[in-house]
Design a protein around this ligand. Structure first.
Ligand code: OXD
Ligand code: MN
Length: 589
């Protein structure tokens, strides 16, 4: 008798009509075969899906060029199909589930003709973790299989976990014909089902990542009593060898990956990596909050990554523990068969092709690598991988750090007064947009907890859920807000960022351990400058002051914008946050 999983695969095959169906086992031998297929058989237009790179300098590395119209997440084509619009909330696009299914059925009819349907069983989370989830994604392109093998734990464990159950996480993906007019990413939260057609870009096509582990999982977490968050998980070791674990939420392309594997500018401090993008947070039996990373790989932004900004990522990319590492839409050094991007170490190679495959020389007008070009690499390559990474229970969190990209207004670091105030601090966060999604770069949008593109239900209810989690925590983490991006009058970043961010992390850990006091302001607690370790940093006293400047007059527009954002959620917005808002307004008067 066929299992529910086998029946489901059969049904999808009936619709999509692939030439072949292949069940993946996640082995390295299989990856080698798929790489051959990607290099010799499958194509995007006339371009082979994969090209081998120089394995002497970049072990196990392959190059992928996506369709030029398919280089980022497409939020306007991403829908959350709850049975009613109200539950989906103003923070998402909604489509009635029946209508969405009809549309997708039409687009998917025969979409895998002439292709192979790959069936990928995988776990999000370590298979031995009680918090892990068993999933199956179908796709019709080797690039997605190879990428998912890096990002998730692919293999038989997931099939064993699913057994005879029909309650597994389902993903149906086809690159279709890559026509942007026929591109949709549809989520059916109650069915744990994601259906994506017409894109091969990571965030739209690797369905275990944003689609399941954030959008659907956030809804699942709301029902089951846990949180799925867009957060780094890192361990910060002090000179005495004590490790404190933190999670950090920043919008896409705001430096989460760099932060996750920061090389400390302060002697004696080390950062241990547990995750650079997603954290699942559960309340432990001891009343502390525990984090696991459901992923097993990094899907990071390449431009700007160098030995100066993120030496541990360069070491990770040069590691050889896992096959393959994939570079997508970077430029290519054609003489040496190496990936290249803006901000890379060393001299610019003489002969380059850009991300679209055209001969390219450095110029002010065009970039060689796409601004959202990416690498996909196993976490097991990371030299600073925490020994707790595979701990099935996760790590206990001492501080939650939220933030955004603001050139003005928001201080370098602020500590919330308590959990509720911290939820408000997160809820009112705004950020200037980046190239990770297809929209205008650099405009301000409110991005609570960096979850605006990823919260799979009404965000007013999401805030309530955060407040409820707080009530269950006997030892809640402290909540902080950071902004590395404040600029001076000449428009230059004041704070050096990267390895120097440890100075701010150190202050937070000192606060957690009650080692330093802080000044109370309308916005929250700010550091006394004397408590920040600024040794060896060349930054003027005036500029340091600027990083913490709070001028009530400057906040007028911001408060209006926050109010407008909160009002969208009507009765879903918790009273506690309305009260927090009123208190902030009064304090800033
Ligand atoms: C990502 C994103 O790819 O946030 O992580 O866009
Ligand atoms: Mn992300």
């Amino acid at each position: 008798m066929a299992t529910p999983l086998e029946r489901w695969v059969e049904e999808q095959a009936k619709l999509t009509k692939p030439d072949k169906i292949y069940w993946c086992d996640g082995s390295e031998e299989e990856a080698r075969r798929l790489i051959e297929i990607g290099m010799k058989e499958e194509k995007i237009g006339t371009t082979p899906v994969l090209e081998e790179l120089n394995h002497k300098s970049w072990p196990n590395a392959y190059y992928h060029r996506s369709h030029p119209t398919d280089v980022a997440r497409v939020e306007h084509l991403t829908f959350i199909c709850h049975p009613n619009k109200d539950l989906t909330g103003p923070n998402n696009n909604w489509m009635d589930p029946a209508e969405a299914k009809a549309k997708m059925t039409q687009l998917s009819d025969g979409c895998m003709k002439g292709r192979t349907m790959y069936v990928m069983p995988y776990m999000m989370g370590h298979p031995s973790s009680p918090y892990a989830k068993a999933c199956v994604q179908l796709t019709d392109i080797s690039y997605v299989v190879l990428s998912m093998r890096i990002m998730a734990r692919m293999g038989k464990e997931a099939i064993d976990r699913i057994g005879n159950s029909d309650k597994f996480v389902k993903g149906l993906h086809s690159i279709g014909d890559l026509d942007p007019n026929k591109r949709f990413i549809m989520h059916f939260p109650d069915e744990l089902f994601v259906w994506s057609v017409g894109s091969g870009y990571g965030g739209n096509a690797l369905l275990g990542k944003k689609c399941f582990s954030l959008r659907i999982a956030s809804w699942l977490g709301c029902q089951e009593g846990w949180l799925a968050e867009h957060m780094v998980i890192a361990g910060i070791e002090d000179p005495q060898g004590q490790v404190s674990y933190v999670t950090i939420a920043l919008p896409s392309a705001c430096g989460k990956t760099n932060l996750a594997m920061l090389q400390s500018a302060l002697p004696g401090y080390k950062v241990w990596t547990l995750g650079d993008d997603i954290a699942w947070l559960n309340v432990g039996a001891d009343g502390r909050l525990y984090a696991i990373n459901p992923e097993a790989g990094f899907f990071g932004v390449a431009p700007g990554t160098s030995m100066k900004t993120n030496p541990n990522m360069i070491r990770t990319l040069k590691g050889d523990k896992f096959l393959p590492t994939i570079f997508t839409n970077t430029a290519l050094d054609t003489d040496n068969k190496e990936p290249w991007w803006e901000g890379m170490d060393g001299d610019t190679p003489r002969n380059l092709t850009d991300w679209q495959g055209k001969v390219w020389a450095p110029s002010k007008d065009t970039k060689g690598a796409h601004a959202n070009s990416r690498f996909t690499v196993s976490m097991y390559n990371c030299p600073m991988l925490s020994k707790e990474f595979d701990n099935p229970q996760g790590v206990p969190i001492s501080a939650i750090i939220l933030g955004g990209r603001r050139t003005q207004l928001v201080p370098l670091v602020t500590e919330a007064f308590n959990w509720q105030n911290g939820v408000f601090l997160g809820a009112r966060t705004g950020s200037e947009t980046t190239a990770a999604a297809a929209h205008q770069v650099g405009t301000l949008r409110r991005d609570p907890m960096a979850m605006i593109p990823f919260c799979g239900y009404n965000m007013g209810e999401y805030f309530k859920h955060w407040l409820n989690i707080g009530k269950r925590l006997k030892h809640p983490p402290k909540i902080f807000c950071v902004n590395w991006f404040r600029t001076d009058d000449a428009g230059k970043f004041i704070w050096p960022g990267f390895g120097d961010n440890i100075r701010v992390l150190k202050w937070m850990i000192d606060r957690v351990n009650n080692k330093v006091s802080a000044q109370e302001t309308a916005l929250g607690y700010l550091p006394h400058i004397k408590d920040l370790d600024l040794n060896g940093l060349e930054i003027s006293r005036d500029n340091i002051k600027k990083l913490f400047e709070v001028r009530p007059d400057d906040w007028k527009d911001e408060l209006q914008d926050i109010k407008k954002f909160m009002e969208q959620f009507g009765g879903h917005m918790p009273d506690e946050l309305r009260q927090e808002y009123r208190t902030l307004v009064a304090k800033l008067k």
